[in-house]
Design a protein around this ligand. Structure first.
Ligand SMILES: [Zn+2]
Ligand SMILES: [Zn+2]
Length: 809
């Protein structure tokens, strides 16, 4: 990338740094944020051209309209902040730096009741060191000292001696995300003549990080667009004032690229149960890697930076690009290349859909057509699966000589040579891709113990285990490995914001949902943990997502920046926060029904996939079920918006139950829950527990599901806790108490029999006299005629019985 381009993008990324410096200053109004910023950058950045962006991005700035750089900064800032047309100028005069950022979800109205706004929710300026950042209902007071602290932390990181100068864009982007994602991009508050609610509407909801990143993305596009579209003028260094500021209606300088890898589900879950955990994890991670690989190849060929990645999650991504012939050529070339690679390697199971939509800068103000149009194009492309290679798809291939007697033991494929996969006492014969994905799963499990895992991208095959995609070799390491640094073309720091780890000039931050318990090596390890021997799969996703992006945000507010910021923040929950929530160690009160010390021990499960707006988790049934409740609780806290809800399905079964069946059962449960929304289906699918086939019996609104938990807790107080199971204490209750209660609940819910008398009799058999409060409570919940109560009781009894089973007995 040439220096002119880098200075423009770096300048755009840092153009508002003065806002933080000003808000931290004792004499903030002595200078404008532009002057504060320029001074600081001149002293610290070591790029005097980029530093000019700080005092050359505003219409009142000297020389802003005299150079093409100034024009690009001015215009990219405008387009990125189209949610606050013309408000910034007024900011200087009215000083309100105590304003906190509202949650990026605060413009999302009730998708079921148009016009109903959510209550206000705010983010604290300084992020927590540990745990999950929660939205608070009361606006936090932001003080000058908070800004001083923030600025100090930022400066310390910025000046870290381990990090090479000049700073790379990727490094600065990571710093901005780390420090400025809860900093309001604007702090003006009071508008004359507006009522209280109107003022609240005006509260800043776009962070300085998001604003700066989008500004840099647009500036990068402008640089290439104008250079390629007006080469003569650029060469002669003529001013492109009119071309930049007044883009003709018929011109479309920008391109939103959408990528989607299809058949992800089929690819991940259609495997046998042999070596399932490693294969699952490896396959899912492979897809993340593939998406990242495609994105970085695209950015490379388009000469753009990671600022231009608008979204990436779930084999799905959006990139903002310039619309020029060379860009279009580059996109097509990559598409063809990846297409042939995937076709060759995966028999057409995986396919990349790559579409783009060009647009006029006017659409930064309202991006709804863009988002909708692009997803329609992608849907259409998916319908035409492999049409261009129809002949090849239909060609019947002879099985490989190795496969005349047996196919790959993981994926059943039979056109490739089989390799032996050593797995202790049982050896598997598998195809090359399965072999590699299994290996990748193994590497992931190895690095999951590390706090600072690293992913290296290399131009040639390293000695150790690696994964190859096209001509790139990827290798996972537990931590920093100096011997690799000379050759690495990229160093991804997974979930790691520790600045001294960014010493390699090609380091970049990569959030990923990868949590896995240290002791979890094979699925069997998660089976026998507490109570009955069972594995569970949890699938969840955000309700009404389509509507959130189409109608739930008022048309006037659907700016490009806002839509990007909403999807970025949502993705952050699933890719980054989820690791912490699921592990359970650093959240306040993880669900822990039988006091297993989850906070100390973590959870026996593994994230197979998480990103975008959904997740797939597998592990011990109790951990999986409890974690579903925690995810719901923290999703609520994270969004601070009651109209954003999440639903899920949990499938519980035996260890040998095939993974694709688990996946299907959990998916079915999730679908059922999504009909109700804000719900969860417990024990979805044909569980070994013979619970009930009826979804109405197992699907609960979260509020009712919480009641189930409370009831399980009540029931367990009548039992005795052993190491890994609960048992009846016959001094307290009869041995068959809970079996009888289950029978009663079935009689009531399934046969409609009146059970009041029998319930009274059952209560009278309780021998425990020392805890009358619990007995009263027990009476209250089972001496009833209410179908909803019995539905809760039935699920809670079943759960209790599962806690009472001793392993596989
Ligand atoms: Zn700005
Ligand atoms: Zn295979």
């Amino acid at each position: 990338m040439n220096n002119g381009f880098l200075s423009i993008v770096k300048g755009a990324l840092l153009h508002d740094i003065g806002k933080v410096i000003q808000r931290a200053a004792d004499n903030p109004t002595d200078k404008t944020h532009r002057e504060w910023g320029y001074e600081w950058l001149m002293e610290n950045l070591g790029d005097n051209i980029a530093a000019r962006a700080a005092n050359t991005h505003h219409k009142e700035d000297d020389g802003v309209f005299d150079t093409n750089n100034g024009l690009i900064w001015y215009q990219s800032d405008n387009l990125a902040s189209s949610e606050r047309k013309g408000e910034e100028g007024a900011e200087e005069g009215k000083w309100h730096s105590e304003v906190a950022l509202t949650s990026p979800f605060s413009k999302i109205r009730n998708p079921n009741k148009p016009g109903q706004n959510p209550p206000h929710a705010f983010l604290s300026l300084l992020k927590k060191e540990k745990g999950i950042d929660e939205a608070c209902k009361k606006e936090p007071v932001v003080t000058r000292n908070d800004y001083k602290k923030l600025l100090n932390n930022f400066k310390q990181d910025f000046n870290n001696p381990e990090v090479q100068r000049p700073h790379s864009i990727d490094f600065l982007l990571m710093l901005f995300e780390k420090h400025f994602s809860c900093v309001p991009s604007i702090t003006m508050k009071i508008y004359g003549g507006l009522n209280k609610d109107e003022v609240k509407e005006k509260h800043p909801d776009i962070s300085l990080y998001d604003h700066s990143k989008i500004t840099a993305a647009i500036a990068g596009c402008m640089y290439h667009y104008y250079k390629e579209t007006y080469p003569e003028k650029c060469y002669k260094n003529e001013l492109l004032k009119n071309e930049i500021l007044n883009v003709q209606d018929n011109l479309e300088p920008y391109l939103l690229i959408g990528g989607d890898i299809s058949s992800v589900q089929k690819f991940i879950y259609t495997i046998t149960s042999k070596g399932a955990l490693k294969s699952l994890k490896g396959r899912s991670f492979f897809l993340e890697l593939l998406a990242e690989h495609i994105i970085s190849e695209l950015l490379d060929k388009l000469n753009l930076t990671r600022c231009n990645i608008i979204f990436s999650g779930g084999g799905h991504f959006y990139i903002l690009s310039h619309n020029t012939p060379s860009a279009e050529e580059a996109i097509q070339a990559i598409k063809d290349r990846i297409d042939s690679y995937l076709f060759r390697e995966f028999q057409g199971i995986l396919q990349l859909h790559l579409e783009s939509l060009c647009f006029h800068p006017g659409e930064f103000v309202n991006a709804s057509r863009l988002w909708r149009g692009l997803s329609e194009k992608l849907e259409l492309s998916k319908k035409k699966k492999w049409q261009c290679r129809l002949a090849e798809v239909l060609e019947v291939e002879m099985p490989h000589a190795d496969c005349l007697k047996q196919s790959c033991e993981i994926c059943f494929r039979e056109d490739l040579a089989l390799k032996e996969l050593g797995k202790g006492d049982e050896n598997l014969f598998v195809c090359e891709p399965c072999f590699n994905q299994h290996l990748l799963g193994e590497m992931l499990i190895e690095i999951s113990k590390s706090d600072y895992p690293v992913l290296y991208k290399l131009p040639f095959a390293p000695q150790d285990k690696f994964i190859r995609i096209e001509n790139a070799y990827y290798q996972l390491k537990k931590g920093w490995d100096k011997s690799m640094h000379l050759d690495a073309v990229a160093v991804y720091r997974i979930n790691d914001l520790t600045v001294k780890h960014y010493s390699h000039p090609k380091s970049m931050y990569l959030p990923l949902g990868i949590y896995q318990h240290d002791n979890l090596k094979e699925l069997g390890d998660a089976s026998n943990v507490f109570g009955i021997n069972r594995i569970a799969v949890l699938r969840m996703d955000v309700d009404n997502l389509g509507r959130i992006f189409s109608q739930a945000v008022h048309e006037d507010y659907r700016t490009f920046s806002r839509m990007a910021s909403i999807s970025r923040y949502l993705n952050n929950f699933f890719k980054y926060c989820l690791n912490t929530i699921i592990e359970g160690k650093e959240i306040d009160e993880p669900s822990d029904i039988v006091q297993r010390k989850v906070k100390e021990n973590g959870r026996m499960l593994s994230i197979v996939y998480s990103g975008g707006d959904d997740l797939f988790v597998i592990g011990h049934w109790l951990d999986v079920t409890e974690t579903a409740f925690d995810i719901n609780t923290y999703f609520e806290k994270y969004t601070g918006n009651p109209f954003m809800t999440i639903s899920g399905g949990i499938a519980v079964n035996e260890e040998k139950y095939p993974v694709y069946q688990y996946a299907r059962d959990a998916e079915e449960g999730e679908k059922e829950a999504k009909k109700e929304k804000d719900s969860v289906t417990l024990l979805a699918g044909k569980s070994a527990e013979k619970f009930t086939e009826k979804f109405t019996e197992k699907c609960f609104k979260w509020a009712d599901a919480e009641e189930v938990i409370e009831r399980v807790k009540l029931f367990t107080r009548f039992l005795r806790r052993h190491d890994t199971f609960l048992a009846v204490d016959e001094d307290r209750i009869p041995k068959t108490f809970f079996y009888r209660l289950l029978a009663l609940s079935r009689q009531f819910t399934e046969e409609g029999v009146l059970v009041l008398l029998k319930a009274a009799y059952l209560i009278s058999r309780i021998k425990m006299r020392d805890n009358s409060e619990d007995i009263l409570k027990m009476k209250e919940v089972i001496m009833v005629h209410n179908a909803d109560e019995w539905k809760i009781t039935k699920a809670a009894v079943l759960w209790t019985l599962m806690l009472m089973r001793r392993g596989g007995d």
